[in-house]
Ligand binder design. Structure first.
Ligand code: AMP
Length: 210
């Protein structure tokens, strides 16, 4: 099964993608996570991506397509994958169609996690990541165990002005892709992402018939 998770930054794609990956036994291909690892490790990819990410802008399409192509060719992904944060632009969506055609694969479903902008800003200002495991917490809505709390970090791109820029980029460039998949008759499942993590997960699994 190949599944795309859409949703504004902070809508819960990372959290829900990780839960889905566990439930469905499929790898999560999260381009943002791959880029953050590259920045942390100081690789050439990280050097190329860093400035765009800190400004809340998109990393150029050719860089992203290289990552996704590699991830989809990995043996882990022979039975499918869950895309989190990809595709984000029209050229990325077109390139993904071509990779699927080359590999003889199909997109099975699109899940859209819907959360209003004001709620997103409130959520992201409290979002913290565990640098050791990559787990994501929220100081108010999903507090970490005390032994983890002291090592949590805030992503630089979770600061309010950058969050607002990322939201604008999502609304302008990424959200229109949903109607593209609708026109291609891919099943689209719209999920109310303003509720608790478990409720949202139940709704997503229910919609996918898992
Ligand atoms: P995310 O964790 O998915 O919100 O991604 C964090 C940042 O990484 C984004 O604001 C972009 O700068 C970059 N990024 C992640 N995925 C993509 C993508 N598919 N296309 C372009 N830039 C991306």
């Amino acid at each position: 099964m190949h599944l795309i998770l859409f949703g504004a930054p902070g809508a819960g794609k990372g959290t829900q993608g990780a839960l889905l990956s566990e439930c469905l036994g499929l790898p999560k291909i999260a381009t943002g996570d791959i880029l953050r690892d590259a920045v942390r490790d100081g690789t050439e990819l990280g050097r190329q991506a860093n400035g765009y990410m800190d400004a809340g802008e998109l990393v150029p399409d050719p860089v992203i397509m290289g990552l996704v192509r590699d991830a989809l060719h990995s043996p882990d992904a022979v039975d499918g994958a869950i895309f989190d944060g990809f595709p984000r632009t029209q050229p990325q969506a077109e390139a993904l169609d071509k990779i699927f055609a080359d590999l003889g694969r199909d997109l099975d479903a699109v899940v859209v996690i819907e959360v209003p902008d004001d709620r997103i800003v409130e959520r992201m200002s409290g979002r913290r990541t565990d640098p050791e495991t990559g787990s994501v917490y929220h100081l108010k809505h999903n507090p970490p165990p005390p032994e983890i709390a002291r090592r949590l970090m805030q992503r630089p791109d979770d600061e309010e002005s950058t969050v607002r820029r990322r939201l604008a980029v999502y609304r302008e460039q990424t959200e229109p892709l949903i109607s593209r998949y609708q026109r291609a008759a891919v099943p689209i499942h719209r999920i109310n992402g303003s509720r608790g993590i478990e409720q949202v997960q139940r709704d997503i699994l229910g919609a996918l018939g898992c």
